[in-house]
Write a protein that binds this ligand. Sequence first.
Ligand code: SF4
Length: 241
Amino acid sequence: MAKIKKDRKGRENQGRVHMVEELGHGSHRGKGKATELVSRLREAYPDAQCSLYHTNPVQLLVSTILSAQCTDERVNQVTPVLFRRYPDAFSLGQADIAELEGLVRSTGFFRNKARNIRAACKLIADKHKGKVPANMDDLLTLPGVARKTANVVLGTAFGISSGVVVDTHVARVSQRLELTKNSQPEKIEGALMALIPQEEWIFFGHALILHGRRVCTARNPRCPACALNDLCPYPRKQMRS
Ligand code: SF4
């Protein structure tokens, strides 16, 4: 269970609720900014979607596990070979661990990833008849699967709007836009869920990932060319510092 922290005035901070109040996310101003952000992102990235190669939910789950601390491009180089050798949850759940490690080695953290992929697929084969469960609770029981991976799978494979995908790009862009002051992924996600309409959660995550890759990059954000510039406090803060 989440630990309840107290702030300086002794009030309980239960994460999402406190964060929403702190940033005024329930206000008309917060909602208005969110609506405008979504509309600008729709214009800039009309086709935003998951860029991981996959042909079914099992493959998407495996690709997403592999994408931790790795680029999608690198994962997409590895997975076609991996899925030819091990095409489904049954074969992946029985995979030779040394061979699996070798196949995913270039994505980094390969021992952990191979172990998690095999264990998750074994559970899917044994408990879910080889099909990825289409709900958050069951997904979170799979080794190597936290909310980010579960949101990717539910949103992209099943069209279920369960939350907002928060990766390193979404975290950075959300902070620069001052949609959140938090740095923990689950708290960032809570803030975004409070702000963005649920029907936009899937698109919003994918669009912010693209924006973080193409424009709002970690080292040199291209603020003058950014479609969100007038909604974003970051450039003005940089000028003052
Ligand atoms: S204005 Fe700059 S910091 Fe703000 S979202 Fe755009 S690129 Fe990122």
